[in-house]
Design a protein around this ligand. Sequence first.
Ligand code: NDP
Ligand code: 8X3
Length: 227
Amino acid sequence: MKNPIALVTGATSGFGQAIALRLAEGGYRLIITGRRSDRLHALSSHLISMGCDNQLSCFDIRDREATTHAWNNLPESWKEVDVLVNNAGLAAGREPVELADPDDWDQMIDTNIRGILNISRLVIPGMKDRKRGTIIHIGSIAGREGYPGGNGYSATKFALEALTRSMRIDVLPFGIRVGQIAPGAADTEFSTVRFKGDQARAAAVYQGFEPLHAADIAAVLWFMVSR
Ligand code: NDP
Ligand code: 8X3
């Protein structure tokens, strides 16, 4: 029997990259996605050096047409996805609502909510036919608690909790599991992205405590998918 397939969104950095590597170590074949083609190619080569067969797919998950096109372009045998990791996401800005940039809200809502819907709608039908599959959403502590300036980002992660619960009910009768990991602060590129390249502001987020690391989240995900 061929090794199972996992599709990891946002595999070019942080959690997604660590998750891809952990799943490869565990014997999965991988579909890795993201917008940065150079990073996808570098990860793909590294996975091959680990003996992990993989496909890379470069697209912006906010773009429903591009996401559908990328899915349709996968070889048929690669569409038999066993594990979908809905990880691609971001925070943009950390200002009170009245000072925030509305374009930041759009980017977060389009990526963190619409993006997950865009890819899930394509992967779920095959899982239903095969009567198996695992979908893991990467949520956040920001989807459990509010914090200063967290408004738009928190709203998307609270919404993801609603999406997780609702999707789970829809697909459980087909033997598909839906889970979520909701980490606290972790030292990925998350804050650099959030503060648009302001390294000093990004570094300040992690002062005074040891943040989580991407490998921690990958370990939790591995625990979940291997049950
Ligand atoms: P990174 O910035 O390191 O990674 C984010 C990933 O998402 C990248 O691979 C990026 O790829 C991808 N991505 C972002 N926007 C898009 C898009 N429009 N289309 C396709 N891919 C996209 O951050 P993290 O690894 O920390 O974040 C991963 C997830 O974890 C996010 O959902 C985040 O909200 C969540 N999270 C993060 C925490 C933290 O403290 N770091 C804590 C809790 C949750 P590319 O730029 O190549 O498109
Ligand atoms: C990222 C964690 O606390 O910076 O989701 O919002 S936090």
